[in-house]
Design a binder for this molecule. Structure first.
Ligand SMILES: Nc1ncnc2c1ncn2[C@@H]1O[C@H](COP(=O)(O)OP(=O)(O)OP(=O)(O)O)[C@@H](O)[C@H]1O
Length: 506
């Protein structure tokens, strides 16, 4: 009996409240703003005792720090990525003016989220500002999010949860935005002089770390390095360094240097600036181009060893200098360059490039990765690639069995196959680039099945093995014919000849 009475009482209370809400929704449209605010203030107080949940407009807490539209977009991105499918329906535009709000109840969508053990509910609602009495324009329609949570979690929600939502939402938006690939070329500027400028296309390279053929541990190390960098804004500010990181990617042609850059750009959601140094007239122009790059970008100089004379001018291959000696040589080379710069302003110099790498972005802020690629790391000037400038050196090498498995999964959708064993043995014995493996795995006609592609790869590996054996045999014969050169220099791959010109030829 008791239970039935209670149920009846709750039902009556519920229907009374619903009637009041319904009446209020009608009346409030015609109420002056002051009356409405007064009424709502006291209703909220009373309701606070009966109903311990708080419903806040998201902008109450972030309005000061963030533009409304920015906050709205961040929440939208966060909810779309982190919560149930229903959030995907929350796509909406945000209007400019949010005064005089009228809620239209039937637009409600509700999404649940959890953070540090706290449950919150997001509600999306449509808002219409009343039509102006002076014009014929209808009222503007806007969207907003409201957040509901138990009042005992007020501190967690307004303290860390909202920050978390905004931060994550912004990152998701950056990852999802359409990115650009910039290249520099020559343009004309009034009054008609040539100058280097960026032009761009949409960056749509499909490479990801999942599709990159590389040992899993090495891949993971790079991913973590990138993640740490992208989250280290405060750290860089604290230690007084520009928020940039240099990567040197080196290895033989076809080992995936360009593919790695694309995977990095896709992973971080950055734009790519492909800087062609040979098209840059001088240091002034280089400076201008670099300053024009935006935050969250990767600046790439491919084949740096071929881009002007940046190769080991200061230190010849095999020469071992102490740090002091190196400093002296570098200073001397710097002076020489400065002289050259004075005599010919028509040049991008090493010192110019080093200066820009070191300091150019200190004033402009924002995060940037600078990447050099080369097939001949040993040719590069040590000053160009020292740690601090090129913070991480990544060697891209010949295809390992782990790398092959990634390619087999990408190209043939194969995780395992009886022919894998033969491939594992052969791939451990010879050097083959991922590009060559990929080429062999590519179906050449509609009748090519996985087995045919794998057999073709085995054939290619066997041929490469035979070719390698023939080269080794020929070299042995050559060496046994002339062990010592006329000038007394040796040629054993490790030791230099007496004259620098007489370098070993492989
Ligand atoms: N590690 C890899 N993972 C996946 N695919 C690869 C890899 N390496 C090469 N490839 C394939 O080979 C092609 C050429 O590779 P990429 O241009 O990245 O090599 P690279 O090292 O930059 O060569 P280069 O030094 O000649 O510029 C790519 O389009 C890709 O299909």
């Amino acid at each position: 009996m008791e239970a039935i009475k209670m149920a009846e009482m709750w039902a009556t209370m519920g229907s009374t409240l619903a009637s009041i809400m319904f009446l209020w929704a009608i009346i409030r449209q015609y109420c002056p703003v002051e009356v409405r605010r007064f009424f709502e203030k006291y209703t909220h107080r009373v309701m606070g005792y009966l109903y311990p949940y708080i419903r806040i407009s998201f902008h109450e807490f972030l309005g000061e720090r963030l533009r409304r539209s920015e906050a709205y977009s961040a929440v939208e991105a966060y909810l779309s990525a982190n919560t149930s499918k229903s959030a995907k329906r929350l796509k909406a535009e945000m209007g400019k003016d949010c005064s005089n709000l009228v809620l239209t109840m039937n637009e409600y969508e509700r999404v649940t989220d959890e953070f540090e053990g706290v449950t919150v509910w997001w509600v999306s609602s449509k808002v219409v500002s009343p039509a102006s009495s002076m014009s014929n324009y209808p009222g503007q329609e806007k969207r907003l999010y409201k957040l509901k949570f138990h009042k005992k979690y007020r501190e967690v929600v307004t303290g860390s949860y909202l920050e978390h939502v905004i931060r994550e939402g912004k990152e998701i938006r950056i990852r999802n935005r359409q990115r650009k690939l910039y290249t520099n070329g020559t343009g004309y500027k009034w009054p008609s002089y040539k100058h280097s400028m960026w032009s761009h296309i949409v960056f749509e390279h499909p490479a990801t770390f999942d599709t990159l053929a590389m040992e899993p541990e090495k891949k993971q190390e790079i991913i973590e390095d990138l993640l740490t960098f992208s989250k280290s804004k405060d750290f860089y500010a604290r230690i007084g360094k520009a928020w940039k990181r240099g990567y040197l990617l080196y290895g033989p042609p076809g080992t995936g240097k360009s593919t790695m850059i694309a995977a990095m750009a896709n992973f971080l959601g950055y734009d790519v600036y492909d800087l062609e140094l040979t098209a840059v007239k001088d240091n002034t122009e280089l400076r201008k181009l670099l300053i024009e790059t935006t935050s969250k970008s990767i600046i790439v100089i491919e084949d740096i060893d071929c881009s002007l004379d940046f190769t080991g001018k200061r230190k010849k291959k095999g020469e071992k200098f102490s740090d002091d000696e190196n400093e002296k040589l570098n200073a001397e080379a710097g002076r020489k360059e400065a002289k050259e710069e004075g005599s010919s302003s028509n040049k991008v110099t090493l010192s110019g490039l080093l200066n820009f790498i070191d300091g150019i972005w200190s004033a402009s802020g924002g995060e940037r990765l600078i990447m050099f690629t080369t097939n001949y790391v040993e040719k590069l000037d040590p000053a160009l690639i020292r740690r601090g400038r090129m913070d991480k050196h990544i060697q891209l090498s010949y295809c390992s069995f782990e790398g092959f498995k990634v390619l087999a999964k990408n190209y043939l959708k194969l995780e395992t196959h009886p022919l894998f064993h033969t491939i594992q043995t052969l791939i451990g014995e010879i050097k083959i680039t991922p590009a060559d493996v990929a080429e062999n795995l590519m179906p050449k006609s509609t009748v090519d099945d996985a087995e045919k592609c794998l057999s073709r790869l085995i054939e290619a590996l066997k041929e490469a093995k035979e070719a390698e054996a023939a080269i080794i045999e020929a070299e042995k014969l050559k060496q046994s014919a002339s062990p010592v050169k006329e000038d007394g220099g040796f040629c054993d791959g490790d030791r230099e000849t007496a004259e620098p010109e007489n370098q070993c030829q492989r």
